[in-house]
Design a protein around this ligand. Structure first.
Ligand SMILES: C[C@H](O)[C@H](O)[C@H]1CNC2=NC(N)=NC(=O)C2=N1
Length: 116
């Protein structure tokens, strides 16, 4: 799995009824988004940033929010200490990770790379 394969996809609506990814599936998908860390219980992936200032941090959150709405898959967004952003992806409907989380992670990485 590489990042281009993920960014080419769209999130599929998830209302439960499908199993969360196994540890092996998570490991394979993580190769495409190596800047993300998986929680010990395999239920979420997260990435953190320290931005230059508050405005840049808010800008990142705004862009990620628009992406999430477009994909209809929504990460948890955290802003702490005025310029530290943490984004956590999990599929709430299944209480674990699905491909949607990795699609959004890859698209967030692409946004951030664009802005760099
Ligand atoms: C039908 C629609 O895809 C679902 O309600 C979505 C909306 N966004 C979501 N986002 C996340 N992170 N998990 C979900 O289970 C979820 N459900």
């Amino acid at each position: 799995m590489d990042a281009a394969q993920l960014t080419a996809k769209r999130c599929l609506p998830c209302e439960g009824g499908v199993p969360a990814m196994t540890k092996d599936q998570v490991a394979r998908h993580l190769q495409a988004v190596p800047n993300w860390q998986v929680d010990d219980d395999q239920s979420a992936i997260r990435r953190t940033w320290k931005l230059k200032n508050f405005v840049e941090a808010m800008r990142l959150l705004q862009r990620v929010g628009e992406l999430a709405e477009a994909e209809q898959h929504h990460p948890d967004l955290h802003l702490t200490g005025y310029r530290h952003v943490a984004i956590v992806l999990t599929t709430h409907a299944i209480g674990g990770l699905s491909e949607n989380d990795f699609i959004v992670a890859a698209k967030i990485d692409a946004l951030v790379d664009d802005a760099a």
